[in-house]
Design a protein around this ligand. Sequence first.
Ligand SMILES: Nc1ncnc2c1ncn2[C@@H]1O[C@H](COP(=O)(O)OP(=O)(O)OP(=O)(O)O)[C@@H](O)[C@H]1O
Length: 258
Amino acid sequence: MIDVATPALKVSRLHYAYPDGRAALRGVDLTIAPGERVALLGPNGAGKTTLVLHLNGILHGGGGTVEVSGLPVTPADRAAIAEIRRRVGIVFQDPDDQLFMPTVAEDVAFGPANAGVRGQELDDRVDEALAAVGMSEHRDHVPHHLSFGQRRRVAVATVLAMRPEILVLDEPSSNLDPASRRELAEILESLPVTVLMVTHDLPYALELCPRSVILDTGRIVADGDTAALLSDRELMRGHRLELPFGFDPVAAAASRRP
Ligand SMILES: Nc1ncnc2c1ncn2[C@@H]1O[C@H](COP(=O)(O)OP(=O)(O)OP(=O)(O)O)[C@@H](O)[C@H]1O
């Protein structure tokens, strides 16, 4: 028998319609191996957020299944969902949705403390997560006094402190200046986790994710090498994906950091 590693994420025949009857996912199949970094691309309204909200059971009730490292996402089973939410860390687009404590360190400690982590283990997790995003010296600062880019990094740290197996990021580069954008890319590249990144920033997808998936009208319409997909003009045009003027994905991929 061939020994195939358990996928980090396995989405099978996933369907979902919102209560108003609008079909948002129409049979999505997606398998991601441990350690992969995958960009989830697609035009507005394609179903990207709807798919992400299924990965830890926030949305459910349509057809199909989601498994995280072999564990099914079963929203009715509270213990299973708690474990799924530990395994799948979602960094939302607006960091202010994730930061609400008086200090950076308390925000980062909140998730693991809530999951029962205490004492030295909790301190270690906070230190480790803040170090991973280069924010250790801001641990006692008030989150809302930080810059937007710093708040996004702290939001990533709040998720890393849960030691997730999959990090899901919604538009991680939005509203970042070029230096913050590059710094966040370096941080994300250094993390030893599986990454699924929703983005409209196609150069960022190319920089960070060897593989991309294009979702449109609730279906996956392409799945493959990011540079190859971005170079396919017909595919891109057909799904309202536009590269910045003059951007050459093949040249950019060739000059990517090793
Ligand atoms: N709460 C909701 N109630 C009803 N329909 C919704 C709701 N949220 C999203 N939709 C619809 O579901 C479809 C998929 O939306 P979704 O937000 O998942 O797309 P998206 O790819 O994340 O878009 P964007 O790039 O604009 O963030 C769209 O047609 C959208 O209008």
